[in-house]
Design a protein around this ligand. Structure first.
Ligand code: AMP
Length: 471
């Protein structure tokens, strides 16, 4: 279905064309005809499906159709994270390019003054995280009595992140459900989300689309079985071999993300890490740098990556097999947004390989086991020492990088990353590639692995157990 066939104002249509949207995505095709008629919508849709455009186009179009004048908040979009607020606001501004409506993101972690100043000038659309919005409501800087379009985005995450009491409070401050259009979007429509909709929505149209499977099918998936000492050399080899303009590397733990980023930088790769405790300003800067292509590699944990929506991710690495099977789908789905294709590499090591069967059950397919020749790393980065927290001391990514698209490696480094010794399974050098102290606790699939086994024996065991026959 084309956007032109929908009853949308010409100025909004023009903006949609400028954004290069031609055909509706499945969620748009199903939801827009209903929502544009003013119906309440509860939609199951994942990030990357085009759900943002559904609620924004609906709110903007219906605002244009209504008689309401005056500058007051008429569309309120609640989102779980600051990044998502920024993204949604950006899309709102793009859609309002040819009309007079303005949008404002409101989120915590930055000063109040600027947001307050913009609020006082009047805006029609507010995209907010709950905490900061409540501050403004309580201090009477925000009046929600004019809200006609109330959207809760990523409702399941709102629950997961403990925001639901805040969301309910805000819903209670807006006009009654009979006097507004309410739309809830969520990756899963579980009982919590349904209960919320029963309480705060009129009779709603339920839209369920894009099961996880579809996202997974659009991604070319590869799996490597290596020991944990070989993970970094394998990663560096893969990064060196292929053209990878935009990469996200997921780790299971924050400290792995930090170490890995250090190691990548030290071996000449242009990477930044996002972890939960970096300052908001730095976080936004890193995401912006990834988006603009200033840095090609982002290292992140699942939690830290929440709410980051970057188009054009070409490759996702699961540096660790995720602990939760659903995270595998969330991770690799970053590459296959709005119809794009992508590649996902999963590196299974003895620490996390035990999660693999659960992942494969979840996606209902066996991931193709791959093998490439790689060499052991001559680590140029030196020993890793965690920085004292807070870690927001170094500058953002992309410094010293020039040209329209920077190379994965820093030009200045000159590091080759590998020595000339070919890789032989079972002949890796002692110690962890990530500089982990040798005595550090190891979790994982050691149940059937006997203590005195050599590494080659252990790897043979894992490959047989988890990797199929072909190596
Ligand atoms: P979302 O699920 O809202 O985060 O959207 C994912 C990405 O898809 C965003 O970057 C949108 O700009 C893009 N997008 C949304 N709708 C369309 C469409 N109909 N055609 C192409 N891209 C789209």
């Amino acid at each position: 279905m084309k956007f032109e066939s929908l009853n949308i104002d010409q100025k909004v249509q023009r903006a949609i064309q400028d954004m290069k949207y031609e055909h509706c995505t499945p969620v748009q095709e199903q939801a827009l005809p209903e929502s544009l008629e003013g119906r309440d919508i509860i939609a199951q849709s994942q990030t990357g499906t085009g759900k943002t455009a559904v609620f924004l186009i609906t709110a903007i179009q219906r605002m244009l159709e209504s008689d309401d004048k005056g500058r007051e908040i008429r569309a309120l979009i609640l989102v779980p994270t600051r990044e998502l607020a920024v993204q949604v606001d950006k899309q709102a501004k793009e859609l309002c390019k040819y009309i007079k409506y303005d949008s404002l993101p409101i989120y915590g972690g930055v000063g109040y003054e600027e947001q307050e100043k913009k609020l006082s000038k009047g805006v029609e659309i507010v995209v907010a995280t709950p905490g900061r919005l409540i501050d403004f409501v309580k201090s009477k800087k925000v009046d929600l009595s004019g809200v006609k379009y109330f959207i809760v985005d990523e409702a399941d995450r709102m629950f997961d992140m403990g925001f639901m009491p805040d969301v309910r409070f805000i819903l209670g401050k807006a006009p009654h459900k009979s006097k507004r259009q309410t739309m809830i979007f969520s990756a899963t429509l579980d009982s919590r989300v349904r209960r919320l909709s029963e309480q705060f929505m009129r009779e709603s149209v339920v839209i369920e689309i894009e099961p996880d499977q579809i996202t997974v099918d659009k991604v070319e998936q590869h799996l490597f079985h290596v020991s944990k000492e070989e993970k970094l050399p394998l990663l560096l080899t893969l990064l060196s071999k292929e053209d990878m303009p935009k990469v996200i590397i997921f780790t299971n733990m924050k400290r792995t993300a930090e170490r890995l980023c250090f190691k990548l930088k030290g071996n000449g790769f242009n990477a930044e890490a996002i972890t939960g405790d970096i300052a908001q300003s730095k976080r936004l800067r890193i995401i912006e740098n990834l988006k603009s292509g200033k840095i090609p590699i982002l290292v992140a944990t699942d939690v830290a990556a929440r709410g980051i929506h970057v188009d054009g991710i070409t490759h996702v690495f699961n540096y660790d097999v995720p602990n939760a099977a659903a995270n595998y789908v969330h991770r690799i789905g970053r590459t296959a947004r709005a119809g794009a294709k992508g590649v996902a590499y999963t590196i299974a090591c003895e620490d996390f390989v035990e999660h693999l069967p659960e992942v494969e059950d979840y996606i209902e397919q066996k991931i193709k086991v791959d093998h490439i020749d790689f060499e052991l790393l001559k680590d140029k980065s030196g020993p890793y020492r965690p920085k004292p927290r807070p870690t927001d001391r170094s500058a953002g990514g992309g410094r010293g990088v020039s040209g329209s698209r920077p190379p994965l490696r820093r030009a200045s480094s000159g590091a080759k990353g590998h020595d000339s010794k070919p890789f032989r399974a079972g002949k890796t050098r002692a110690g962890s590639a990530l500089g982990r102290p040798s005595g550090e606790k190891r979790t994982g699939a050691s149940g059937t692995v006997k203590k005195g086994m050599s590494q080659a024996e252990r790897m043979a065991h894992y490959k047989k157990k988890y990797g199929g026959k072909k190596f």
